[in-house]
Design a protein around this ligand. Structure first.
Ligand SMILES: O=C(O)c1ccccc1N[C@@H]1O[C@H](COP(=O)(O)O)[C@@H](O)[C@H]1O
Length: 211
């Protein structure tokens, strides 16, 4: 079954609703260099992460300058995984012994995909904007992402422009390890629509993969 991550929580009430809806992972965005209504401080990320029950993974989504800064943020928030935007493969590899799984956010056209796949525990294939951030609300070429899923021996998380309306088709076409959504389940920037989160989880997990 396809796993589900919902990203960009700013409020404990939304986090609790997503857990009740059955998400596998929750993303907390802190320390990013792009303007986004989903960014919170590292202290709030640490506080919210501590409210997440066992068996639901917490993911710190961040854009550090280097591996050292990433490590300091991991130690501060103590997430189960860190999702890194903007680090090169060597910096990602330098975090192999960090106390969190490492997810490298990549664009599907990135020429260094093999190097990222060798350095990270998972790839998040997203519609990355010019500033290196995600949360664009834009889909990308799912055929290309399907090729990445079949050619690389690493879990692939599909992100970018997913919504309750298109997630089943995305899962059927790409067959990713997991799907990830931020803006597609919001009622306003940084505030989740609980009904949309529930529909997203239901449709992502019920989607049928062709044998
Ligand atoms: O959501 C953001 O604003 C964001 C900012 C900086 C880095 C990553 C960000 N979000 C990630 O992008 C995906 C896809 O977002 P969307 O569903 O297209 O809005 C999101 O799930 C986060 O992992």
């Amino acid at each position: 079954m396809t796993r589900v991550k919902v990203c960009g929580f700013t409020r404990e009430v939304d986090l609790a609703a997503a857990v009740a809806a059955g998400v596998d992972a929750v993303g907390l965005i802190a320390g990013v260099t792009v303007e986004t209504p989903r960014e919170i401080g590292l202290a709030d990320a640490s506080r919210l992460a501590a409210t997440v029950p066992p068996l639901v993974s917490t993911v710190l989504v961040t854009m550090p300058d280097d591996a050292g800064e990433a490590r300091r943020r991991i130690e501060r928030v103590r997430p189960d995984a860190v999702q890194l935007h903007g680090l090169d493969p060597a910096d990602v590899a330098a975090l192999a012994d960090a106390p969190a799984d490492v997810i490298a956010a990549v664009d599907p056209t990135d020429p260094d995909l093999d190097a990222y796949a060798g350095a990270a525990d998972a790839l998040l294939v997203d519609s990355i904007d010019d500033a290196g951030g995600g949360g664009t609300g834009e889909t990308h070429d799912w055929e290309r992402t399907r090729e990445i899923v079949t050619s690389l021996d690493v879990p692939v998380i599909l992100a970018g422009g997913l919504t309750p309306e298109n997630v089943a088709t995305a899962v059927e076409r790409v067959d990713p390890f997991a799907v990830d959504v931020a803006s597609g389940v919001e009622r306003e920037g940084g505030v989740k629509d609980h009904d949309a989160v529930g529909r997203f989880v239901e449709r992502a997990t019920r989607a049928r993969i062709a044998p």
